[in-house]
Design a protein around this ligand. Structure first.
Ligand SMILES: Cc1cc2nc3c(=O)[nH]c(=O)nc-3n(C[C@H](O)[C@H](O)[C@H](O)COP(=O)(O)OP(=O)(O)OC[C@H]3O[C@@H](n4cnc5c(N)ncnc54)[C@H](O)[C@@H]3O)c2cc1C
Length: 698
């Protein structure tokens, strides 16, 4: 049987992640890679990470980012950027490439985008023009200084953290002369704010401390504003040492025109057009995807150094002479290291597939969101509540479209179907309901589960793994992954969001469609894990519906916002399914498009076989997780039979749950062949060719 010949290169990745036709994105990948594996890798190797202080060497990376075009990726062409249209996939690829070597460097670059994001998503046209062009290399510096920004939401205890509504920062009216723009007093303390060593402006979240200002908002403060712009103490962090983090203090006077998105005045009260919550929701739903991809990059970057270490490990002494299996395979003679590396690889692939799917989805969603806003503006539907109400009506149409699409062509109303399909609002709500799930799922699973699996990668190189000079910087990547699981909202925030979004009727209707699609794939393409995954999805859905209607032994509802023991576990289980599904879809794409690319076509059968085995491994693992979580939730809230009332083998009869038991048993049987796939993938690891040496630090 053909197997993997070489590690997957750019041609394979471009097909898997669907940017084979995007030369602009391929260029970004190349230039980010040369920065990551050049100056960034050298700085890490020289010990640049051994301090939390912001050093000259770290600062020098900022200019390198500018020169390589990395800083400008976020910007629209009219403000000095070079990519037309949505940039979610571009930024995702950028983060992936930088984090392949060091996620602190990636964060340093991306935090500038995070600072601009509130302005990009909700700023007025003037705000966008001013700050974007100031931050554009080649425009900003020509005017005297290139600006850099920071984003400040988190506050010292006991204020904003996971709970973003607990704002301690305040905005008040400092001065308001008749007929003139009000001057605001902004008081904000930040905690753990990235880029604070060098930021010239900061987008800060504040609440009203004045009856003349309504609610909360985000405001732009600048270094030169009158008052205190104190960068604060450096954060004594243990991770992401190539980024700058401090606890700043701001007490500044700024014109009201700095309220992000503008404001209106009614009866002498300033009403910001967007609350801070509305701004950060629009920001985080995009930026969290890139964070998820950073951890995916780390996992995949571990494969090559671990294989090399294993092969070279036993070459000492007579027994390890050239030509012996001990020389050629080293530790790879032991099945456990191979199986564990297969798990690391499969997790990394699934995390990347999920993350890039989410990024591409946002690229499709962005223009539709603009169309939606324009349509609503024309119809006079302004404000969050009114829009939500209007969208609810569109959701009905979207559900109808899904129903019609599932019917045989001869039976459905084709005209109605076409009309619904061509309605951008319908397309918007369909994609939006999926984006609301994929974004938190990718942030949660990639970083949280990814950090656990990164520990496995570290363990596979023994003591070397926890040294500074471990090839591939695996030890640092493991601890860095924990920050990715924490910042921009830790796991609890993502689980809380999923609890709500994964139960939306529109999402679940599409989820059912995905199950049917996987069944189709399973019948055409056995051995890729699609059948296992579809059955696991069925079990998850059964469990959700059961939990939503069931009560525990004390009569309390099971599926309830406050009952995180139920809802969070169910959210975790869903993420496993989504990641495994994204991987299967990407591998189907590879099989389809691979023959068109001469580089990929050579050796394609072995490549596809290996990737299919990874899919099966990941689907089986997902099925195991889902089975465990669902069984605990379905059976775990009933009381065991009283002692003596039943035999020891029947302490939990599970009456009325026969359907569940049958489905669970079917799922277990669906695992047939999964371990054979793992054995095959493990065998492939012993044969795949790898370069003589890692290409970083050069
Ligand atoms: C290096 C670094 C850089 C950062 N950069 C920035 C930045 O640039 N800008 C910025 O604004 N912030 C930044 N942050 C802050 C980061 O986003 C916060 O640390 C994070 O959002 C969590 O807030 P917290 O630390 O206050 O945790 P807490 O709110 O104290 O939560 C602690 C833990 O309690 C549990 N928990 C809390 N609430 C709930 C709940 N409702 N349900 C269930 N469990 C819950 C969770 O396990 C959670 O992880 C950065 C942090 C670090 C470490």
């Amino acid at each position: 049987m053909e197997t993997l010949r070489t590690l997957p290169g750019d041609d394979v990745r471009q097909i898997l992640w669907r940017f084979a036709e995007r030369y602009d994105l391929q260029m970004i990948v190349q230039s980010a890679r040369s920065v990551a594996r050049g100056p960034v890798a050298r700085l890490v190797a020289e010990g640049g990470r051994n301090t939390h202080e912001w050093t000259e060497q770290k600062a020098s990376l900022l200019k390198v980012f500018d020169q390589a075009g990395i800083t400008a990726v976020f910007l629209d062409p009219q403000y000095g950027g070079f990519i037309e249209g949505p940039k979610n996939l571009a930024l995702a690829l950028l983060a992936f490439e930088l984090a392949w070597v060091d996620a602190g460097a990636a964060t340093c670059s991306l935090a500038g985008n995070l600072a601009l994001s509130p302005i990009h998503e909700r700023g007025t046209p003037e705000q966008q023009k001013t700050y974007m062009s100031r931050c554009a290399p080649g425009i900003g510096d020509e005017k005297g200084q290139l600006w850099r920004g920071a984003f400040s939401l988190t506050e010292p205890l006991p204020y904003v953290g996971v709970d973003a509504s607990l704002l301690g920062g305040k905005v008040r009216v400092a001065e308001w002369k008749e007929g003139e723009e009000p001057i605001l007093q902004v008081d904000k303390r930040g905690r753990f704010i990235t880029n604070m060593d060098f930021a010239n402006f900061v987008t800060v979240a504040v609440d009203s401390g004045d009856e003349r200002i309504k609610g909360s908002c985000m405001v732009i403060v600048e270094e030169g504003d009158p008052g205190v712009f104190d960068r604060g103490a450096p954060t004594l962090k243990l991770v992401h040492q190539l980024s700058s983090t401090r606890d700043p203090i701001f007490s500044l006077k700024v014109p009201a025109g700095r309220i992000i998105g503008g404001y209106t005045v009614k009866d002498g009260v300033i009403i910001p057009n967007y609350s801070h919550g509305e701004v950060i929701e629009a920001v985080f739903r995009r930026t969290r995807v890139t964070v998820g991809l950073m951890t995916a990059a780390k996992l995949l970057s571990a494969v090559e150094p671990v294989i090399r270490y294993h092969r070279q490990r036993f070459r000492g002494g007579d027994l390890g002479a050239p030509g012996t299996p001990r020389h050629d395979l080293g530790l790879q003679q032991k099945q456990d290291v191979l199986h564990r590396l297969v798990d690391v690889w499969a997790t990394g692939e699934a995390a990347a597939s999920l993350g890039f799917e989410a990024a591409r989805l946002f690229d499709r969603l962005d223009p539709l969101e603009k169309k939606k806003d324009a349509t609503f503006a024309e119809q006079g539907i302004t404000g969050g509540r009114k829009q939500l109400k209007a969208l609810r009506a569109v959701e009905k149409d979207a559900l109808e479209l899904l129903k019609l699409s599932g019917m045989p062509e001869s039976e459905r109303d084709g005209q109605r179907c076409e009309a619904l399909q061509s309605n951008p609002l319908v397309e918007f709500v369909l994609l939006d309901s999926v984006a609301n799930v994929l974004c938190p799922a990718c942030k949660l699973w990639n970083t949280g589960h990814g950090a656990n699996i990164m520990r496995e990668a570290v363990s596979l190189v023994g003591g070397y793994g926890i040294t500074e000079d471990c090839p591939g910087f695996l030890g640092q990547k493991w601890t860095d992954a924990q920050l990715e699981a924490t910042y921009e909202g830790p796991e609890a925030v993502q689980r809380r969001q999923l609890t709500v979004t994964m139960t939306s009727g529109l999402f679940l209707a599409q989820f059912r469609g995905w199950m049917a699609e996987l069944r189709r794939i399973a019948s055409e393409r056995p051995g890729i894990g699609a059948c296992t995954l579809a059955t696991a999805m069925e079990l998850w859905l059964w469990t959700l519906e059961y939990l939503q209607g069931a009560k525990d032994a004390d009569g309390a509802a099971l599926y309830h916002g406050q009952r995180q023991g139920v809802t969070f576990a169910q959210a975790d289980a869903l993420c496993w399914l989504l990641a495994a599904r994204s991987l299967i879809l990407d591998v189907m794409e590879l099989e389809k498009k691979g023959p068109e690319n001469p580089v990929v076509a050579e050796g394609l059968p072995g490549l596809v076989q290996f990737y299919s085995d990874l899919c099966y491994v990941q689907s089986a693992r997902a099925a195991g997780e889902v089975g465990r979580v669902c069984a605990e939730l379905v059976y775990g809230y009933s009381r065991p039979a009283a002692q003596g009332a039943a035999g020891p083998e029947d302490c939990c009869p599970g009456e009325g749950l026969e359907d569940f038991a049958q489905l669970r048993s079917k799922l277990d049987r669906c695992l047939s062949g999964a371990r054979l796939a793992k054995d095959r993938a493990a065998e492939a690891l012993t044969q795949v060719m790898i370069p003589e040496a890692l290409d970083y630090p050069a």
